[in-house]
Design a protein around this ligand. Structure first.
Ligand code: GLU
Length: 284
């Protein structure tokens, strides 16, 4: 009898090159690397550099150097998001053709003012939920502003998208079965003039293109998964499993951040620590 074989486990580490990696990143990379290696699967590396204002090439070199120093080897070529903008554009066009996106001309200040006017705005995982000002713009006004070249973002019409997909579910290895609640984040931005694909769009497409079966990342991105699950359904992409790990914190209970220069992996290496010592600290 032929037994159905389990699909191979494929995990990834997907840092943004906006600074040197710190202990928190090492923790996250180690989670993905271990999950893949224990299952005899593949561990992939992706550079999330679609935001040209924040990403710098020297930090890409730093990521490769730090991971190699730690011995966290990855399989296959590194996927660099800025080389795949046409793929994100294609997905965006598809969502637009389905009538699921709209241009949003609001500035940050206008959004704040609108929220203040409305009294208490619903709060999502990423701060106040966009109040939907441009969703109801008259078609003529929308056209006029687009023709005038007014700066705008592209937002997902989440209510309409959910009406198309119906109820959705996803599974986290730690938290168990989840009902997708993309409405918690509201009409998220999918693209901006200066960043042609948002994190949500690029990460969802890339995980599918790279064949990722287990998305390992910090629990700070747990809520974002609701939107990713919706995008998967809209774009007909396979659904992986997720493993949102706890964030590593320092002795005072604070999570590590890019501003903490002392705990960059480069600084620890320069201070004479060995990869084994750093991995021991990152593994906790
Ligand atoms: N690029 C994101 C970050 O550096 C992580 C994305 C993910 O793992 O989904 O925070």
């Amino acid at each position: 009898m032929i037994e159905a074989s389990q699909p191979p486990v494929v995990t990834r580490f997907a840092p943004s090159p906006t600074g040197r990696l710190h202990l928190g990143h090492a923790h996250s990379a180690l989670a993905g690397w271990r999950a893949a290696r224990r299952a005899g699967g593949r561990f992939l590396l992706r550079i999330e550099d679609i935001d040209p204002g924040r990403c710098r090439p020297e930090f890409v070199d730093g990521i490769l150097e730090d991971l190699a120093w730690l011995g966290l080897d990855w399989d296959g070529p590194v996927r660099v998001q800025s080389r795949h903008l046409a793929e994100y554009r294609h997905a965006l066009d598809r969502l637009a053709a389905d009538g699921l996106t709209y241009p949003c001309f609001c500035t940050r200040a206008e959004i704040q003012a609108e929220i203040a006017r409305a009294g208490a705005a619903p709060h999502g995982a990423e701060g106040p939920v966009y109040p939907g000002t441009c969703r109801g713009l008259a078609p003529g006004e929308r056209r006029r502003r687009l023709d005038a070249g007014q700066n705008h973002a592209i937002r997902l019409d989440v209510a309409r998208a959910m009406a198309c997909t119906g109820g959705l579910a996803w599974r986290d290895r730690r938290a168990g079965a989840q009902t997708a609640r993309p409405d918690l984040l509201g009409d998220v931005v999918l693209a901006r003039k200066d960043a042609p694909a948002s994190y949500h769009l690029a990460v969802t497409l890339d995980d599918a293109v790279q064949g990722v079966t287990l998305v390992t990342r910090g629990v700070d991105l747990f809520e974002a998964t609701h939107i990713h699950r919706l995008l998967q359904a809209l774009l007909g992409l396979p659904v992986p499993e997720w493993d949102h790990h706890a964030l590593l914190t320092d002795a005072a209970g604070r999570r590590y951040a890019k501003r903490d220069q002392a705990v960059t992996l480069a600084a620890m290496r320069q201070a004479g620590m060995t990869p084994a010592e750093v991995l021991a600290m990152a593994g906790g």
